[in-house]
Design a protein around this ligand. Structure first.
Ligand code: S3P
Length: 427
């Protein structure tokens, strides 16, 4: 049954404590599992993706306790991971499978990895190829491009590798392999991507060096359990930032939001488009900066979004497309080919679903062009099983003058289980 969404809203007002960051939550489980000793994680994201990560590490014998948003991991180093007797199922999570492959690449055992239908279509040779260069044995459907994958770890030798695509998942996977390889591993990025892995290596007592676009890591390092407070996910906050900007008469405060500069592209472009955003930085914290953000509705203008900023807002492009439908003039999004290999082909799903609601938007080879400002009407739309498409459409519905029904709303639980409760609290 499609979900009837809230429409014709006259202003969104209130305060929301944004749930934990998905990228950081995944990494906290992974590093906690390969470190020695106890790691305590607070404000962990209880979304399905992060629960898949916990499940995979439990299947390798790691003791992980959960008390609501607090997670305690009892790590025994890389050697503490055991050969799983069951298949490791990553569900919908690209981060889980790609980073896990880097960890498994040097483990002296066999494992099999699968995921859902969407994972089955996402490219994996971007990680399996460089991991094979390190010395890992990996097989999979279509020459290792797709799941199911099987991996037998080996003795790895550090490599120097230039990433063909800007991807934090690939970079992180290779850093996990590098931590276990002999010698030094160097990963060179074409464009800077989110640096949560590098920050977390340091938080767990390890060393990683950065010079320009090169990241260097020495193998054989010992990591030690620690405490991690996960900041709110800016990619989740993005839905309310845009909602607050486009629904007239709105003022929303978002608390404890992660403000890592490799993730804040959405704030930069919203300000340039005319959004009224005020930020109160809470910490300048070495680990992960965070702060409170207030957004008020305002008039907006279109712009071109391209180049080096793209990785800093790649997950926010669906909601930025909605923002652009409410901005005067044309918005062009370029250099975003990577959208095609996310949980869905997000160029196609964004264009198809926003068109159904009445937007004027066209797909291009590497992004989309949006003509604003358009009135949104209503209709039946689908998340296509993609959490970020589902949330974007739910925000779009608040502006629609006719009824809106959303198919496959359950996809939203992947990253934001309390999304609808939070949206309702602002009405
Ligand atoms: C992520 C990296 C990005 C992002 C994904 C999470 C991560 O993917 O889209 O949601 O946690 O490293 P890519 O590395 O494929 O760009």
């Amino acid at each position: 049954m499609p979900k009837k969404l809230v429409t014709k809203v006259e202003g969104l007002n209130g305060e929301i404590a944004i749930p934990g960051d998905k990228s950081i939550s995944h990494r906290s489980i992974m590093f906690g599992s390969i470190a020695d000793g106890k790691t305590v994680v607070t404000n962990f994201l209880l979304g399905e993706d992060c629960l898949s990560t916990i499940d995979c590490f439990k299947k390798m014998g790691v003791m992980i306790e959960r008390q609501e948003e607090k997670v305690i991991i009892h790590g025994n180093g890389f050697e503490g991971l055991n050969e799983p007797s069951e298949i490791l199922d990553v569900g919908n999570s690209g981060t889980t499978i790609r980073l896990l492959l880097g960890i498994l690449a040097a483990r002296p055992f066999h494992s099999v990895l699968i995921g859902d239908q969407s994972i089955g279509k996402r490219p994996m040779t971007r990680v399996t190829k460089p991991l094979q260069l390190f010395g890992a044995a990996i097989n999979g459907r279509k020459n290792g491009e797709f799941t199911p994958l099987s991996i037998k770890g080996g003795n790895l030798k550090g490599i120097e590798y230039e990433l063909p695509v800007a991807s934090a998942q690939v970079k992180s996977s290779l850093l996990f392999a590098g931590l276990q390889a002999s010698g030094t591993t160097t990963v060179i990025e074409p464009v800077k991507t989110r640096d949560h892995t590098e920050r977390m290596i340091k938080q767990f007592g390890g060393e990683v060096e950065k010079t320009g676009t090169a990241i260097r890591i020495k193998g054989g390092q010992k990591l030690t359990g620690t405490s991690i407070h996960v900041p709110g996910d800016i990619s989740s906050a993005a839905f309310f930032l845009v909602a607050g900007a486009i629904v007239p008469g709105s003022e929303i405060k978002l608390t404890n939001v992660g403000l890592n500069p490799t993730r804040t592209g959405i704030i930069d472009i919203m300000k340039e488009m005319g959004a009224k955003i005020t930020i109160k930085q809470l910490t300048e914290d070495e680990f992960e900066p965070r702060g409170d953000i207030v957004i008020q509705s305002s008039a907006l203008k279109g712009m071109t979004i391209a180049g080096e900023i793209i990785p800093k807002l790649i997950d926010e492009i669906p909601i930025i497309a909605l923002l652009a439908t409410q901005a005067e003039g044309v918005t062009v999004i370029k250099d975003a080919h990577e959208l095609k290999v996310k949980e869905t082909n997000r160029i196609d799903t964004v264009v198809a679903e926003l068109t159904k609601l009445g937007a004027t938007i066209e797909a291009t080879e590497d992004g989309m062009i949006i003509y604003g400002k358009t009135e949104l009407i209503g209709g039946t739309v689908s998340s296509h099983g993609d959490h970020r498409i589902g949330m974007m459409l739910s925000v779009a519905a608040t502006l629609c003058k006719e009824d809106v029904y959303l198919e496959n709303e359950e996809a939203i639980y992947v990253s934001y289980p309390t999304f609808f409760t939070h949206l309702q609290s602002l009405i």
